[in-house]
Design a protein around this ligand. Structure first.
Ligand code: F6R
Length: 613
């Protein structure tokens, strides 16, 4: 989605702004631009297309300003053209006094545009954003102070925004404002930065202050002040970024997705660090903010999430029901927020999100809280909106995930949910011995994922079989059904092949009609309680000449004999098998997409975090 970077300090702004935009490229965008204040005047450069085109424009027409704002836009109102690219200018009578970048959606922009046009403001774009630039310019005519002008303009807006603003005649001031779209201030030495994601500014400073909804910030090289629109001045809390800036470098890998798949042994280690307690055969979480007594009272759990996080939650459902004997429901956050879902005081609500900014998941969290229901979050991004608004929760500690197709966040989520299931089970009936067995299984996961990663050449063979297919079925039973769903989603989003995930036995109730020599069926079938039944289902596909790719336990001769390509994972207890079985499916999707020549880190129509409904 759209990205914002702002800078004010001792250095030339444009190289800092452009390198910040580059670090946000992975989020998806279709135009880029920047504006600065040079010699008291606003200078602007913007272009449809990649950040590279913007750099070419800057080579032709350099910008010397030491203070500026920049943006990558993902088109919503109006197509991806030079004119619709941000920044937008505000002013009238040929005197443009404001340049502004915006993430979010202004719902009442049509009425505001009519009002401003009637007062002589001329519009250059089809965006909703341009009204904000003119509103600020109108206020600036009377107050001539950027911070005040922004503050006075904001109450007219209905919708969501993260804003960056610079004004003519104010060569070192950047103003930011947030309502529903994230913004963070970077605190440097004699310089300050503004960004929609800390990833953009991490090379410059590890000291950050996250803005809350309703807050406006004024940055100069030497200081920054935050005010809440209603509550007045705020004392900022300075946090430290807990990952290294090179966490978002490719580091020799062909794509971020591949890098993040290969990082998963460390991802699971980091997610488990300090949480497994051998002496009690359990896992502990510092941030849940619930006592053992409160957790024992819980009679039902609801998970709300989207996409890959929803699939992870579904694995959590199988694990918690199996280990802790607690009923679990998994809701699409977009549905949950608008349904009359009954919640009683013995139901525990969790939302799951890698980014912590997904609009639907945030909506679900707010809806649960509005009904007076305490809500917990399982989140990766520290300081994100969901992390801050939840009543408690668990961080994934997976580091920044750059690949648009989520991989390591899924593994971290499943690892956390496995530990949560153990924790809840040990508060109830699970014995010390059984708890210890599960704890040891979890501890073995990083090494076992390492073994799976070494089978990549075999996975590429399976990819070769699937490259020309048009449809694929992904099938799994029990705890492997969500893994099948996740495998199908990975293939769809980066290779554009149609793929569906189903519970294996459901196949004969319809999808088997699709099976022919051209339709690969990917079975997720490690050895476990339902293995014999799964083998019968594989036979059914074989009888119809379907192409069979299977993920199974190493040494499973029966499954291997039925398969065109057999992808082995090490023998392991069922509760940790999802963490192993998902890895070949991630690599399979990656290699199919690579063979089909798809742009893996920039899949079409997708953005990294979906901050609009
Ligand atoms: C798929 C993918 C998406 C996200 C979904 C939720 O690879 O990345 O389906 O999982 O948009 O995002 P978060 O977890 O950030 O809330």
């Amino acid at each position: 989605m759209c990205g914002i970077v702002g800078y004010t300090g001792q250095h030339e702004a444009s190289p800092i702004l452009v390198s910040g935009l580059r670090r946000l490229e992975y989020r998806g965008y279709d135009s880029a631009g920047l504006a600065g204040v040079d010699d008291g005047r606003i200078e602007i450069r913007k272009r449809a297309g990649r950040v590279r085109s913007l750099e070419e424009l800057l080579d032709e027409r350099p910008m010397r300003a030491r203070c500026g704002i920049s943006h990558t836009r993902w088109a919503t109102h109006g197509p991806a053209t030079d004119r619709n690219a941000h920044p937008h200018l505000g002013g009238r009578g040929g005197r443009m006094t404001v340049a502004l970048v915006h993430n979010g959606v202004i719902e009442n922009y049509a009425a505001l545009r009519k009002e401003l046009e009637s007062e002589g403001f001329q519009f250059q774009s089809q965006t909703d954003t341009e009204v904000i630039a003119h509103l600020v310019a109108r206020e600036l005519e009377t107050v001539d102070e950027p911070f005040l002008a922004v503050r006075r303009a904001l109450p007219r807006l209905e919708g969501t925004y993260g804003l960056g603003v610079v004004c003519a005649g104010h060569p070192d001031v950047v103003v930011g404002a947030r309502f529903g779209s994230p913004l963070v201030v970077g605190v440097g030495d004699d310089e300050h930065l503004l960004a929609s994601d800390a990833v953009a500014i991490a090379p410059h400073t590890a000291r950050v202050a996250y803005l809350q909804d309703g807050e406006v910030v004024r940055l100069t090289p030497l200081d920054f002040q935050i005010q809440h629109l209603e509550k007045g001045p705020i004392t900022p809390r300075i946090d430290r970024i807990d990952w290294k800036p090179d966490a978002v470098e490719l580091g020799g890998h062909a794509h971020y997705m591949l890098k993040e798949i290969r990082e998963q042994p460390e991802t699971v280690t980091d997610a488990c660090r300090g949480r497994l307690v051998r002496s009690e055969a359990t896992a502990h979480f510092g941030g849940l903010n619930l006592t053992a007594r409160q957790l024992r009272r819980v009679r039902r759990i609801v998970f709300a999430a989207c996409g890959t996080s929803w699939h992870a939650a579904l694995v959590g459902e199988y694990l918690i029901e199996r280990l802790a004997d607690l009923p679990v429901e998994v809701e699409y956050a977009s549905e949950f927020r608008y349904r009359n879902a009954p919640l009683d005081d013995r139901t525990l609500v969790f939302v799951l999100s890698q980014s912590g900014e997904t609009a639907d998941t945030l909506g679900a969290l707010r809806e649960a809280r509005r009904r007076g229901h305490p809500t917990l979050a399982i989140v990766n991004t520290v300081g994100s909106t969901i992390a801050r608004e939840a009543d408690g929760g668990i961080y994934l500690h997976a580091g920044p995930e750059v690949g648009v197709a989520s991989t390591k966040a899924f593994s971290a989520q499943v690892a956390v949910l496995t530990m949560l299931a153990l924790h809840l089970a040990r508060l109830r009936h699970l014995s010390f011995a059984d708890g210890t067995a599960i704890l040891e299984a979890i501890q073995s996961v990083p090494d076992l994922i390492g073994e799976v990663l070494r089978t990549e050449p075999r996975i590429d063979e399976a990819a070769a079989l699937m490259t020309e297919a048009r449809n694929a079925l992904y099938l799994g039973r029990d705890i492997h059904f969500p893994v099948a769903l996740e495998g199908a989603l990975k293939l769809k989003e980066i290779s554009y092949l149609h793929a569906e995930g189903y519970p294996t036995a459901e196949m004969k109730h319809g999808p088997i009609a699709l099976v022919d020599r051209e339709t690969p069926c990917v079975f997720v079938a490690p050895k476990g309680s339902l293995h014999a039944k799964t083998l019968s289902n594989v036979e059914e596909v074989k009888a119809r000449h379907g192409v069979i790719v299977s993920v199974g336990t190493a040494g499973d001769e029966a499954l291997a004999a039925l398969s065109d390509v057999f992808l082995p994972i090490p023998e392991a207890p069922e509760v940790i098998q999802p963490l192993l079985a998902v890895v070949p499916l991630q690599l399979l999707a990656y290699h199919v997409a690579r063979r089909r020549g798809c742009d893996i880190d920039k899949p079409r129509n997708l953005a990294k975090s979906v901050t609009v409904e």
